[in-house]
Design a protein around this ligand. Sequence first.
Ligand SMILES: [Zn+2]
Length: 442
Amino acid sequence: MAVQLTLLLGAASLAHAQTAVNSARVWPAPDHTRLVLDLGSSVEHSVFALENPSRLVIDIKDTSLKVALDRLDLDGSPIKRIRSARRNGNDLRVVLDLASDVKPRSFQLAPNQEYGHRLVVDLINENAPAQKPSSKPVLSESNDSKRDIIVMIDAGHGGEDPGASGPGGTREKDVVLKLAHQLKDAISSIPGYTAKLTRDGDYYIDLRSRTLLARKENADLFISVHADAFRTSQPRGASVFALSQRGATSETARWLARNENRSDLIGGVGGVSLGDKNEVLAGVLLDLSMTASINASVGVGSYVLRNLGSVATLHKPGVEQAAFVVLKSPDIPSILVEAGFISNPQEERKLLSASYRSKLAHAISRGVQSYFNDTPPPGTYLAWQKRQGKSAGGLSSYRVQRGDTLSDLARRNATTVSRIKQLNGLKGDQVVIGQTIKIPTT
Ligand SMILES: [Zn+2]
């Protein structure tokens, strides 16, 4: 009786659930590789690893294969070869031959605007070079330490998450990565600044991990770069966001609920550890840090927005506030820049232009520079310089980049060619890449 019942159920599930793998993609990232299988429907599956030699086996019930998995580009991934076979008549077994052991993780994704049902298999490389522990001493910065200001730049979306897309087919994840690179170059060219990227390729990083990367690098500022979209094509212009107080309040509760986070938090606020404080006091300290971060974020956001206004249309006249997850670092000022509306055909075209993106990048970087000139973080080169009175008289240093001309530099800094020449004792109109010159600050 029992045997018969099993057979009947087996036949029933076979009748309605047969589906296929229609296509597949591989997204290599520094610490993991993501394999995505496009399916006609959700499936039952299991994944397990085998050693000597390293393999990963993916079993999918009632599924056939309609794509040549051996044609996938495996470059940059630990996968050496992909094989497949039928199992039990109706099931599919996919075997990944691996160059090294990995920790697998798998889950299914529901359809979105770009893809249908997906089975995602992450191959996590547990031996990936760990994030270097920071060398920046938080509590014992001496009066003459001269560390760089660290700016973490986060290109939104990536990999399986394309973000918004424009009428011409431009994808947000691609255009913001290009802008992020340009912004990194612009900021790193300022003496005393180092900019880093959360992602440097077409892969996805979850939102909490992006803020964690900023914490691990002891970032002084976090900038997430995006492009907006709306269902109609009219809206346009750039915007800058900071975290809203409401988003912050729920975040405070979340941090307090997670005891293990307490001790490593607030290192930046007088080195106060929350671990040994009672709930009420811990809440007050965390609120203070969060409120200070929001105020700083709105501050830096205003400088950035003002500078963006000189090269782009602005969507709103002031810094907006919302509960974006990537802005929820309790102790790192964080802003989110929407570079324009990708859903607006003119702005889509502009965002595709390297020279327009360069203008945006320099405008954002000028905003960041003005903000930190006013309030240099303790222990930084900028703070030291300010103490030495070297920036007295409103001068800043700038390292010349490829493509810079004196007239560009003059225009970007609201000064004149002759003033820059006079300040730097330049005879001709030529500047050399890498040369550091003095520029009057406005
Ligand atoms: Zn976005």
